[in-house]
Design a protein around this ligand. Structure first.
Ligand SMILES: Nc1ncnc2c1ncn2[C@@H]1O[C@H](COP(=O)(O)OP(=O)(O)O)[C@@H](O)[C@H]1O
Ligand SMILES: [Mg+2]
Length: 326
């Protein structure tokens, strides 16, 4: 046990051991969301923004389940709803309909004091601009101490945990450097330390590498992976950089406000190793049975607005409807 109250080092990943990762059950039996293995359960989530007279549907019936201790990348084009989902998970915004449970807490019906407590204790957030949650004239160490001091933690504990976090983010040697003396990548490391200061079991990051060069970005992705393995913290990283695909065990592709496709990589692949070993890609079937057929497949098969579905030898085939539309 570490004396400083870091999340205990996960002895092994009980929920997803190497090579055993399976797509989450999509059986759709309503009882399962109560399963304590699930850290996050989004079901049929909708978010509609009203701007003047216009309604923008940012999430349209999104289903997603994430296990405790899992690391997931949420990938998708600009405007597909990634930030909307992350803000909802962070307790910063409310969905318009559907349900979202985090650790069994219903974010929709939560009262305000509970929501404040949720944001303070249950989630850490890393923004695209590292500066967003950092104080430029404080040192790296002081920035990490700040949320703990604000939470009223004992001095001794704050010191010990700050030292441990600086080591975990690889910045022990820069502890006393002021933020403005650090590089962009180093600043982002500090903001990850800040996000983890009060030991949230869930870490959310919205385009954390959006302002970094590729090499630095890869190092940050590897840092997230290391923290996930070491402390068992659940991590959701939003990015539109599909380069992350090979660096995380699970990638959910969001398209038009819904999870369209998921990729599962066998754990244990070397960081950055673009190995295809154990990589499987699945189309998501939502609870109503809807699937999104990727444009390339629709084009290749000449599918229009109507298709013919058939069952053949236990397989469902989707074919162009000859007499429907061009
Ligand atoms: N506060 C807001 N008011 C109105 N529309 C919004 C707001 N936030 C996001 N949107 C719209 O919702 C959709 C999804 O946005 P967002 O979640 O930010 O996408 P992403 O993060 O994937 O780029 C977009 O069409 C965007 O314009
Ligand atoms: Mg965004």
């Amino acid at each position: 046990m570490m004396p400083v109250g870091l999340p205990e080092e996960a002895p092994e990943r009980s929920t997803m051991g190497p090579m055993t990762q399976q797509p989450p059950s999509v059986a759709g039996d309503g009882s399962e969301p109560g399963n304590p293995d699930w850290h996050i359960v989004c079901a049929d989530l909708f978010k509609i923004y009203k701007v003047a007279q216009l309604e923008v549907v940012a999430l349209r019936g999104l289903d997603l389940r994430i296990k405790r201790g899992e690391m997931l990348a949420l990938v998708g084009a600009s405007g597909s709803g990634k930030s909307t989902l992350l803000n909802i998970l962070a307790g910063l915004d409310l969905p318009s309909a559907g349900s979202v449970l985090v650790d069994g807490r219903d974010l929709l019906t939560m009262e305000e004091p509970e929501r404040v407590e949720y944001r303070r204790r249950q989630v850490g957030f890393v923004w695209q601009q590292a500066g967003h949650n950092l104080v430029p004239y404080l040192s790296a160490a002081q920035n990490i101490e700040l949320p703990m001091v604000l939470a009223g933690r004992p001095r001794q504990q704050v010191r010990a945990r700050t030292t441990a976090l600086l080591e975990a983010i690889g910045l022990s040697a820069r502890a006393r450097s002021r933020l403005e003396q650090l590089s962009g990548g180093e600043q982002q490391r500090v903001s990850i330390g800040v996000a983890l200061a009060n030991e949230p079991p869930l870490l959310l990051a919205d385009e954390p590498t959006g302002e970094l060069d590729t090499r630095t970005a890869d190092q940050i992705f590897d840092l997230f992976a290391g923290l996930n393995r070491r402390f068992g913290v659940t991590i959701v990283i939003v990015t539109h950089d599909e380069g992350i695909t090979d660096r995380v065990p699970r990638v959910a592709l969001i398209r038009d406000g819904r999870i369209a496709t998921e990729i599962f990589n066998a754990a244990g692949a070397p960081p950055g190793g673009a190995t295809d070993v154990g990589r499987r890609e699945y189309t998501v079937v939502d609870r109503s049975g809807r699937v999104q057929i990727p444009r390339e497949l629709r084009d290749a098969a000449g599918l229009g607005s109507h298709v013919q579905m058939d069952l053949q030898d236990g397989r469902v085939t989707i074919a162009r409807a000859p007499d429907a539309d061009p």
